[in-house]
Design a protein around this ligand. Structure first.
Ligand SMILES: Nc1ncnc2c1ncn2[C@@H]1O[C@H](COP(=O)(O)OP(=O)(O)OP(=O)(O)O)[C@@H](O)[C@H]1O
Length: 611
């Protein structure tokens, strides 16, 4: 044989089934979804031939445990012998693709030609009896997971449709239990417009009662509050108290956004349920709503999105982008309406979901303008709504980081400065645009350096008096690259305030990284830190209004003074919530021990009555 001879790929079907079950599908239970989808598509195809045809699906269970069997029968289009050869004999071949592109829109849900294989996760054989509505004999197809199949013509004609027969394989018993099957049928098919009947040896019931009217016209949901809330609870398993109907302009996508009854984390996974052609295809669709809409859990129905093969996501294309925007607009418009006509309802939502509201406000000035007054912020006047902060009539200073806010907060509060913590996500950005949406608000970014402007300078007499103290303090903290200054400021209880310029903050984090890094990286970091200049010095302000500082500054104790200065330095770091370097921690530990020692010695001298 010459080296150019072509060979044909062989497909190891059992290997493929393993890939499907372990990597593509989230659980074997999805075989029921795939069967329901096929039945739905078959009914859609038949309705194209016979307008007005009434679809129905019958699921029948018999036997139990390892001898359980299931049949899923639809009265759809069925398959002719030729179609069986074309679509069932070749994996990846589907009768439902109008064009070659997998992402192109069709009136069907299926497109990949692999769904039926999922049945091998629960059964070692798939038997399909089918009668095409286009005529011809009834056919039987039997497929095995080893990739073999047989086809047989049946003697008698059947009524058009398809019946799939599965026999439970070991360890798949739970997927054949009547309760489990009933629950899953409702889960996947609650919105289907034709009846799904579940029949067991002793009962027969229609799983999906009448379709709610608000599925067609989501706006009607407003007047059927209880019904909509109960429907949400049954399908999503949570007790909701409020919802927002969703609808795109074309009317081809609609839904209900249930407002989560509890606060959610920004990173919580969005798990919206999306029904495609009224059949649940995706349980965890994350990309159908804008990022900011994480305060809702939605039921969405659409006939215009294209699912990926796993059905967990949808193709990210222009259509999806437009739908996402329009669904976002539905939510936003309702919130805006609430701001005007139902502020109590909106405030209840903001109380639970301030973060989500802030995320939207950052993107949308108009929305921010209407709701800013109810958004909570942390400030030196306590945790307050922005409207109340504006009503204070003062300039609103804000910081961009939590650290800065923490450093400033004591001093600012004592000086009755209104400072808002802009360090949490969205807060700084919102405060910077507040004057645009609320002209009477005056906001200004405050840096730690600015606050020192409110410090009172020493008199020249005082400067002379404390000159030596300052020189000695400066030299003690030289190794921490920190300059010392002596001022008077409020509150008097605060002995010292540590402040960092941008450069010194960068240097601190470089040094922290250096402590944890490898030798090579550490030398690179060393070079980097060497390149930072004088501005990289931090500042420690001692407060002469503080009685202890006043005493220390006057002290001539050459032994205790340097230790006291170092201790005040590490204490100021702690007050500002700065992580400490190894050397600073060592200073803290040594200092504590020396002070205890010193205290004990002093107490021994005075006979222990020194309180
Ligand atoms: N109940 C049914 N009635 C009629 N034809 C069916 C039925 N079930 C399966 N088929 C035929 O078998 C083909 C393969 O089905 P399968 O579920 O594997 O893939 P699909 O539905 O085309 O695509 P997908 O993998 O996206 O679900 C279908 O394209 C269809 O032609």
């Amino acid at each position: 044989m010459s080296s150019a001879d072509p060979y044909r790929f062989q497909v190891n079907l059992s290997g493929m089934i393993d890939i499907l079950s372990n990597h593509l599908y989230s659980s074997p239970k999805v075989f029921l979804r795939e069967l329901m989808q096929n039945a739905t598509d078959a009914i859609t195809a038949r309705r194209k031939l016979e307008t007005g045809h009434k679809g129905s699906v019958m699921v029948e269970l018999s036997g139990d445990g390892s001898s359980a069997t299931m049949t899923v029968e639809d009265n759809g289009i069925g398959l002719t012998e030729e179609e069986i050869h074309e679509f069932l004999a070749m994996i990846g071949q589907s009768s439902k693709r109008d064009s070659d592109s997998l992402a192109a829109e069709t009136s069907f849900i299926g497109r990949f030609g692999i769904g039926l294989l999922s049945c091998f996760m629960v059964s070692d054989e798939i038997i399909m009896l089918t009668q095409s509505a286009k005529g011809g004999p009834a056919m039987e197809w039997r497929g095995k997971p080893d990739g073999t199949y047989t086809i047989r013509k049946l003697e008698t004609k059947l009524s058009p449709g398809t019946k799939v027969y599965l026999r439970c394989k070991p360890e798949a018993e739970m997927y054949f239990e009547p309760d489990e099957v009933g629950e899953k049928l409702f889960y996947y098919g609650a919105l289907l417009p034709y009846p799904i009947t579940l029949r067991t040896s002793d009962s027969s019931r229609v799983i999906n009662a009448e379709l709610p009217v608000w599925i067609e016209e989501p706006g009607l949901a407003r007047s059927r509050r209880q019904e909509v809330l109960q429907f949400g609870q049954r399908l999503l398993g949570e007790q909701f108290g409020d919802f927002i109907p969703l609808r795109t302009a074309s009317g081809r996508t609609g839904g209900i956004a249930y407002i989560l009854p509890h606060a959610v984390n920004l990173n919580a996974r969005r798990s919206n349920r999306v029904y495609l052609k009224q059949m649940l295809v995706s349980e965890k669709a994350e990309n159908v709503l804008p990022e900011w809409a994480f305060f809702v859990k939605c039921l969405i129905w659409t006939d215009e999105l294209q699912p990926t093969a796993s059905r967990e996501h949808f193709y990210e294309n222009e259509r999806l982008e437009q739908i996402r925007e329009e669904l976002g607009d539905s939510i936003r418009d309702e919130l805006l309406r609430m701001a005007e006509y139902d502020p109590d309802r909106l405030q209840a939502i903001i109380r639970l979901h301030a973060l989500s509201m802030k995320a939207l406000a950052v993107e949308d000035d108009a929305f921010f303008g209407l709701i800013y007054r109810w958004l909570p912020f942390e400030s030196t006047y306590g945790s307050m709504e922005l409207g109340a902060l504006v009503r204070e009539g003062q300039k609103i200073y804000y910081t961009f980081t939590v650290d800065e806010y923490r450093q400033i907060t004591h001093v600012a509060a004592a000086q009755s400065l209104l400072v808002v913590n802009g360090g949490y996500i969205y807060d700084g950005a919102l405060l910077s645009i507040l004057p645009q949406v609320c002209p009477e608000a005056d906001t200004e970014l405050l840096s730690v350096d600015d606050i020192s402007l409110s410090f009172v300078e020493l008199s020249s007499v005082e400067r002379n008096r404390y000159y030596d103290f300052l020189r000695m303090a400066d030299s003690v903290l030289q190794r921490f690259r920190c300059h010392v200054e002596l001022k008077r400021f409020k509150p008097a209880e605060l002995p010292a305030l540590y402040t960092l310029s941008k450069e010194s903050a960068a240097l601190r984090s470089l040094e922290a990284a250096e402590e944890k890094s490898t030798e090579l990286l550490s030398s690179v970091l060393k070079n980097l830190s060497a390149s930072l200049n004088e501005a990289a010095y931090a500042k420690l302000y001692f407060n002469l209004d503080n009685p202890m500082i006043a005493r220390i500054a006057d002290s001539s104790d050459k032994v205790m003074l340097p230790i006291a200065i170092e201790m005040l330095y590490v204490n100021a770091l702690m007050m500002g919530h700065y992580p400490m370097s190894r050397e600073e921690l060592a200073v803290l530990n040594k200092g504590i021990v020396r002070f205890i020692d010193w205290g004990l010695a002093k107490s021994a001298q005075t006979g222990g009555d020194d309180q």
